[in-house]
Design a protein around this ligand. Structure first.
Ligand code: GLN
Length: 538
């Protein structure tokens, strides 16, 4: 087993996750089996409870782990299967250490940062490699910036780990910023020098330095960085701002042959250069599409770049599949409440309502769904968006006035969406989340079944508490709503759709967590196709 550790310097948001994922993609294209993981130094046990303002999207894995959004990049860029072991936070580390201390596992010793906390971090590295014995290379990204107090124990653990497994089996990569100072007209290397000096002070000499830069990296600066950071000049790699899409990142890093540098360092130099035809083909289709559609995403955290990351990426994948640029309009659901659907989303080719919690903007989303249904505009509801479609249909088609989800109105006369416990009349509302991959059954003859190419079982990831209330299923179906999928175990409604509409579909799960560049998710592909048909008919 070989190890790559990716640290970051100078500032956050450098694209360290994308750099790590790109290296994973390149190594995979060299025929190596890679696995990726993220260490996050914050104290939350996982990001599941963090606000999107703090953290962007919570990315959900098959096993139900709520993880950092970088794991989304990893899954989209590589084929490695992630599990909860692939995201370790300080919260988990300390939780484990304190539990062990309470159990008496430390046999009366003083429990200390070193060795007990660092041992816990190293144990996780061993656990991941032991549970994935067929993997050739484990790539671990360390969140935060070198020099942060909260990251120190992770860095120290890595230093020790490299000694223990042999330095030839480990490659340290440091991603850093080369700011361009406009007034001086110059790229500056000093922050990089200082950040690497900090890392070396902590006992780690990076093998490769990835320089994030707006422009190019000239020979003089490469030389300077090499000299002051104690690395070979060829190991100073440029990571430029990509012009069009994040999927250009592996191609950009390939220009300085980063994969070659990495395999040479860890003794896998015999592997063939990567054939990137499939990747280049995908990027070409993203950059030079034939067609164009406009899709409104009507949500609550719309101003945040990262809150619906996987959805935006899935739209790009589906667009490329149809040779189509998806122009995404981010719509604040409350604006639909204030100005009406026609004014805000009147001229789009498709409307997507993403997942969400809490009642802000709910009525705006319901108006958006109604507008889509009544005007034959393709509608795709994801999780909350599916619940919204159900509420709208109940209110406006079945005439169940005041229909709602009990999440937003405890006393609604028609709780078409409610907690499972409420359906069963259980008093104790634990309101546990349905998390992770669930199997569901697809019904033949439905649009969903067609999109999944006639499959009768599917596995999709969930993250929600509330469910379609089966007490209303007959009523809604009588009025024309089609239930096209139910969960295999409990019979919970998973997909609803309308037959006499170009595309009106809601999924209780999150398809966006299983879309990949050259394998768009079938529901996204179907939605974008319907939007394209509308755009072309206009
Ligand atoms: N708030 C809804 C629920 O908990 C939807 C959740 C979501 O969209 N992820 O069921």
């Amino acid at each position: 087993m070989k190890y790559i550790f990716v640290t970051g310097g100078v500032v956050s948001s450098l694209g360290k996750g994308l750099a790590a994922a790109s290296i994973g993609a390149l190594l995979e294209h060299r025929g190596l089996k890679t696995l990726m993981q993220k260490f996050d130094p914050y104290l939350n046990v996982d990001p599941g409870t963090m606000s999107p303002y703090q953290h962007g999207e919570v990315y959900v894995l098959d096993d139900g782990a709520e993880t950092d959004l970088d794991l989304g990049h990893y899954e989209r860029f590589t084929s490695g299967v992630m599990s909860r072991l692939n995201n370790l936070t300080s919260g988990q580390v300390f939780d484990a250490v304190i539990k062990k201390e309470r159990r008496g596992d430390y046999l009366g010793k003083t429990v200390q940062f070193i060795p007990h906390v660092t041992d816990e971090i190293k144990a996780r590295l061993h656990l991941v490699t032991d549970t994935n014995p067929d993997v050739d290379v484990l790539i671990t990204e360390i969140g935060g910036t070198v020099g942060d107090m909260e990251g120190l124990l992770f860095i120290e653990a890595l230093r020790q780990f490299a000694l223990e497994v042999g330095k030839d089996n480990v490659c340290f990569i440091h991603v850093t910023l080369l700011p361009f100072i406009k007034a001086a007209g110059e790229v500056k290397t000093k922050p990089t020098q200082q950040s690497v000096a900090k890392l070396r002070e902590l006992g780690i000499q990076p093998d490769i330095i990835i320089c994030r830069t707006e422009a190019d990296l000239d020979e003089d600066n490469r030389k300077k960085i090499a000299m002051f950071c104690n690395v070979e000049k060829k190991n100073v790699v440029a990571f430029r701002d990509v012009a069009h899409t994040i999927y250009e990142c592996p191609l950009d890093l390939r220009r300085d042959k980063i994969d070659r540098l990495v395999v040479d360092k860890i003794g896998l130099g015999h592997t063939p250069s990567p054939a990137l035809d499939d990747w280049e083909h995908f990027v070409r289709r993203v950059i030079h599409p034939k067609h164009k559609v406009t899709i409104a995403v009507a949500g609550k955290y719309i101003e945040l770049q990262d809150a619906y990351k996987s959805i935006y990426e899935s739209l790009i994948h589906a667009g490329a599949h149809h040779d189509t640029k998806v122009n995404i309009i981010r719509v604040e659901a409350e604006a639909v409440e204030d100005h009406g659907a026609k004014a805000v989303i009147g001229d789009v080719d498709g409307i997507l309502v993403p997942g969400g919690f809490g009642d802000r903007g709910i009525e705006g989303k319901i108006l958006a769904a109604q507008y889509a249904r009544e005007n034959n505009i393709p509608y795709f509801g994801i999780c909350l968006g599916m619940q919204i479609a159900t509420i709208e249909f109940a209110r406006n088609v079945c005439k169940l006035r005041g229909a709602n989800s009990t999440e937003f109105d405890k006393n609604t006369p028609f709780p078409v969406i409610c907690l499972q416990e409420e359906q069963r009349g259980v008093a104790d509302m634990g309101a546990t989340m349905r998390l992770g991959s669930c199997e569901s059954v697809l019904f033949a003859g439905t649009r969903a079944s067609d999109l999944y190419c006639g499959a009768d079982r599917i596995h999709e990831r969930h993250r929600h508490r509330y469910e379609f209330n089966s007490d209303f299923q007959d009523k809604l179906q009588e009025c024309g709503l089609v239930v096209s999928s139910v969960s295999a175990k409990e019979g919970l409604v998973e997909i609803v759709e309308l037959p006499n509409h170009p595309f009106f579909l809601g999924a209780q799960f999150h398809p966006e967590f299983q879309s990949k560049p050259n394998h768009p998710h079938p529901l996204f592909a179907g939605f974008v196709k319907a939007a394209l048909e509308r755009a072309q008919a206009q």
